[in-house]
Design a protein around this ligand. Sequence first.
Ligand code: SF4
Length: 215
Amino acid sequence: MLEKQFGGVNKRPDGTFSITPRMPLGKLDVDGLETIVAVIRKFNLPGIRATTGQRVTIEGIPADSVDEIVDMLNGVGSRTPQSIIACRGHGDCKHGLQNTQTMAMQVEEVLCDSVQIPTHLKIGLSGCSRCCGNSYIQDIGLVGTPDGWTLVIGGKAGSSVRCGDDLLVDSPLELVLTTMERFLTFYKENKQEKERVAAFIDRLGIDHIKGELQI
Ligand code: SF4
């Protein structure tokens, strides 16, 4: 069983498992689609469900089939405990001020190659202040502005909603990426077990965090 090292496998209340392959920018090519269809047919599964994180979840998987399905899905992409959602952004939406699709790829590089944080994180990218990427209620948010990006940390939805704090406003892309990387490194090294970004900021205070990051 690969459950512990495989961020996209979850046990369901009915004892079955679900698997959520990583889908950068919510996209899946023909090979990826065919792989998922082959899994569903071979194991006679009910189908897929769309997630709020722009991915699909394969549900109803018996425990003794998880390892084999994980092997089959390797062609779909690696799995991470982070999810990045991005609105259509500049070039695909008439309101878009910044390119969310390109930015999402760069954010993913920071997460996967630089910080490698083994924590569940939701990241929301919006190409303008209309915020279709829910940037102010995600652990990390990015909002396109006329001259750059606003970097938001510590938002959350759910039973107690928290609006994220602006860490940078109207800043150039490179500064936003390096600041996000520095914040995530600080968070990774100082957070308590299972402490999400919103609780981390409430515990330390946004001014203290800005001071640590010299912002
Ligand atoms: S946030 Fe702005 S750019 Fe993104 S989809 Fe919504 S309106 Fe378009």
